[in-house]
Design a protein around this ligand. Sequence first.
Ligand code: GLU
Length: 302
Amino acid sequence: MQQILQEIYEEIRPLLGEGEVASYIPQLAHISPQKFGMAVITIDGDCYSIGDAQEPFSIQSISKLFTLTMAMQNDDGSLWKRTGREPSGNAFNSLVQLEYENGIPRNPFINAGALVVTDLILTQLGNAKQAVLDFICALTDNLNISFNLAVAQSEASVGFRNKALAYFLKSFGNIYNNVESVLDAYFHHCSIEMSCLDLAKASLYLANKGLCPTTQQTIVTTRQTKYLNSLLLTCGTYDAVGDFAYRVGLPAKSGVGGGILAVMPNKFGICVWSPGLSPEGNSKAGTMALDLFTTKTGISIF
Ligand code: GLU
């Protein structure tokens, strides 16, 4: 496995620097596009990594996976009435579909869907902002994981589209709490910083039928694990989800910080980070690295 990671690193090196970093969030514009890290952790605890795998980066939309997991844990039956489960066929921050579809976001991984999910856990747990961070710290057994307050503030200062989405959702009655509180929690969740190693570890419940191997706690049921992995496969990598599934063949969630977290059920979690993004928002080198990984190992869900 280590040898394969080494080969991948060498093959993707020429791609580093390609793509655009997510400069629409001012604090993320400063990240070097040359960064590249990759980590694989098996459910038995074997760990392989390369490059900048220990360096924390902005997880951005990868946080949507953890907020959704918490919403499933606490679902009062309203989750799938308030958001759908279909790929959107639109940009992750698009407003148009919401108007046609009466304020019901297509899925929980586009921004509108994540705002609804954040609202749901805010109702159920009170302090949604801290609850998601605590959940992530427990999954990774790493209490040093934290918000990057400058990134959260930076996004809050320019996040007009997310604000528009949240108020638009409110106008359809699909945000129950104060809109600014929902946005504050959402921006903070996106600002959480984790390394590839942290994220690979945090994903292990999805590779292990819902049981976290670190804490031996049941995070979700086997059935909910199936649901989460299926949603990742069909909705987790923006409006490039078909191409991503074709090339990589693993359930995955990407974020505009350049991270991609993927899961091989019953085997391992894998995370790659490189900040240069495709126009859809997926890490270019990261997608290539995962494509090479499943090709070279012959391991994917298919
Ligand atoms: N905080 C980012 C936004 O809402 C997250 C986007 C992403 O990673 O997809 O625009």
